[in-house]
Design a protein around this ligand. Structure first.
Ligand SMILES: [Mn+2]
Length: 245
């Protein structure tokens, strides 16, 4: 009988190629498993192009789902249109600019294609939702009228994080948005903001952005068992750099 296929979800990478390689080395991923990346591949540490190269290559070996993060959108605007969106440079964009200045036009074109093909969200066969940040529509992601919410919204996270852990899913007060899905996996809001290096769970939602952009780690979780795996503290892998601090 075939071994049961597993699904792993990986948090925000932010140019930390060394952390990504370390995590992939530590996660027990087998051929045929699915890897779901929650976005924000770039901005922060100095190896954003290497991260995207690695992810593109990974598609040859595993079933990969790549979700779109807000930083990926800003990186695209720079590479495609030389536009700096908002305070991008203050939030890790400078490292991305420097890194891509060393890359060929062909490489950049390949990465632009990768970013264009990113998905806003993914719902698997077991009604588990994977999205970078959240959504606001009461009836779920398909009804979201403002697509940037998928990679920017923080209200979904805030409502899950504020949940009383003893509240049953059947309780009237349990948030409707959370009830739409069996489980929800997000990144975007680093758990290190709350002094936590581990993923944070609120209700049926898991936040697995453990602050790889800052002084945290990169996390991957096997969604069936909730077992998770982590890189070293990323700032120790790039001692000469400051990340997004
Ligand atoms: Mn983000």
């Amino acid at each position: 009988m075939d071994k049961e296929m597993k699904t792993f979800v990986i948090g925000d990478i932010h140019g930390a190629y060394k952390a990504l390689v370390q995590l992939m080395d530590r996660m027990p991923v087998s051929h045929g498993d699915t890897l779901i990346f929650l976005g924000d591949y770039v901005d922060g540490w100095s190896e954003s192009p290497q991260v995207i190269d690695y992810l593109i290559a990974l598609k040859q070996e595993y079933t990969c789902i790549f979700i779109r993060g807000n930083h990926d959108v800003k990186c695209y605007e720079w590479l495609q249109n030389q536009q700096v969106i908002g305070d991008w440079l203050m939030h890790g964009g400078g490292a991305t600019q420097d890194a891509y200045a060393k890359e060929s036009k062909e490489k950049i074109a390949t990465h632009l294609k990768f970013i264009t093909e990113l998905q806003d969200y993914y719902i698997d066969a077991e009604n588990r939702l994977f999205v970078h940040a959240g959504f606001t529509a009461a009836k779920g992601v398909e009804k979201e009228s403002y697509a940037p919410n998928f990679c920017w919204d923080r209200t979904l996270w805030e409502c899950a994080f504020a949940l009383d852990p003893t509240l049953e899913r059947s309780d009237k007060r349990y948030p409707e948005r959370l009830k739409l899905y069996r489980e929800i996996y997000i990144g975007h809001t680093a758990t290190t903001r709350y002094g936590e290096l581990l993923p944070i769970n609120g209700g049926n939602l898991w936040n697995i952005d453990t602050g790889a952009a800052f002084y945290g780690k990169l996390t991957g979780m096997e969604v069936g068992s909730k077992l998770f795996f982590q890189s070293d503290v990323v700032m120790d892998l790039y001692p000469e750099e400051k990340g997004r601090n």
